[in-house]
Design a protein around this ligand. Structure first.
Ligand code: ACM
Length: 266
C-alpha cells in the first residue's frame, strides 16, 4: 500500500485559503497512483497559536467541524484513499484538539488529544475519546496527536489494540519527537507517520515548528524524513503485513514477553 504525509505551513486563522492551497498542493504533487492513507498535521486548517478561548472560538464551531469533514472528504477524493487531519473540535460547548479519519464519503473515526502540551491546557479540554483503532479493508490505523508521543502508553495502547499504522498529526516545537518515534515504531512493531508543519507563530513567545515529518517501519527503519523548513507531500510503499510480525527474533515477542506482573500500572 501507499501512505505518507503532507508537511505544510498553514496561515493562522486563514481557514478557507489554507483549505484551497492545500488541495491545490496535493493535486499538483500527488503520484498517479492511489494514496491509501495520507496524514496531515495537527490543526492544519487553522494554525496553532490561539492564546485564549475567545480567539479559538472565532475559528472553532460546529460549522467548522463540518467544514473540516468536507475538506477531508475532498482530500480523499483526490487521493482515492483515507485522510487523517488535525483540527480544533467544538463539542458540547467545549474545545478539543482532535483529528478525524475520513474516506471520500464519510467520517470513519475521530480522536481527541489525550495529553495536552504547554499552553494548550488553557484553551482545550483533555480528550475523552481514548485511544482508538479504526479498521479499513486493508489496514488498521490508530491515531495519536503530537505530545501524546512522549507517553509511550499512547502508542502501546494503539498497538495492543491492533494498529498496523499510527497516524500522528503533529505541530512539533521541541527537537525530540522525530528521533523518539524510532522507538515507538520498533517497540510496538508498527508503522508510524508523524506529519509536522513548519513556520513560526506567536503564543506569548515565538513558536517555531520543526518540520522533518517522519515515517518509520515496524523495525525502526526510517522510510522518509521531510525538510526542516518547507512543504512536502511524501508517499512511501508499505508492506503492511510487516506490522503483524511482533517477533523481534525467534525467541522475543514484543507483546507476549511483556512482564505485566512487574509494571507499575497506576
Ligand atoms: C504539541 O503537542 N503540539 C507540541
Amino acid at each position: 500500500m501507499k501512505a505518507g504525509y503532507l508537511q505544510y505551513t498553514p496561515m493562522l486563522g486563514e481557514i478557507r485559503k489554507n483549505a484551497e492551497n492545500i488541495l491545490e498542493f496535493i493535486k499538483s504533487h500527488k503520484p498517479d497512483e492511489k494514496i491509501d492513507l495520507l496524514v496531515l498535521p495537527e490543526m492544519i486548517l487553522t494554525g496553532y497559536a490561539f492564546p485564549d478561548k475567545a480567539s479559538l472560538s472565532r475559528v472553532c464551531s460546529e460549522e467548522f467541524n463540518d467544514f473540516t469533514l468536507a475538506f477531508c472528504k475532498e482530500v480523499s477524493s483526490v487521493t482515492g484513499g483515507y485522510t487523517v487531519a488535525g483540527y480544533p473540535e467544538f463539542k458540547n460547548g467545549l474545545f478539543f484538539n482532535s483529528a478525524m479519519l475520513t474516506d471520500k464519503t464519510t467520517l470513519v473515526g475521530n480522536y481527541q488529544k489525550s495529553h495536552l502540551f504547554g499552553l494548550e491546557k488553557d484553551v482545550f479540554e483533555p480528550g475523552e475519546s481514548g485511544f482508538k483503532v479504526f479498521s479499513t479493508p486493508d489496514f488498521n490505523v490508530g491515531i495519536m496527536i503530537c505530545f501524546d508521543w512522549v507517553f509511550p502508553e499512547s502508542a502501546r495502547t494503539l498497538a495492543l489494540s491492533g494498529a498496523d499504522i499510527i497516524a500522528h498529526p503533529v505541530n512539533l516545537v521541541m527537537p525530540y519527537c522525530q528521533r523518539a518515534m524510532f522507538a515507538r515504531s520498533l517497540e510496538n512493531g508498527v508503522f508510524t507517520i508523524s506529519a509536522n508543519r513548519c513556520g513560526t507563530e506567536n503564543w506569548g513567545s515565538p513558536l517555531t515548528f520543526t518540520g522533518e515529518s517522519i515515517i518509520y517501519d515496524p523495525r525502526g527503519e526510517m522510510l522518509a524524513r521531510g525538510p526542516l523548513d518547507g512543504q512536502e507531500l511524501k508517499i512511501v510503499d508499505m508492506d503492511i503485513s510487516k506490522a503483524a510480525n511482533k517477533n523481534l527474533n525467534s525467541v522475543n515477542h514484543l507483546f507476549k514477553n511483556r512482564r505485566t506482573d512487574l509494571y507499575y500500572s497506576v
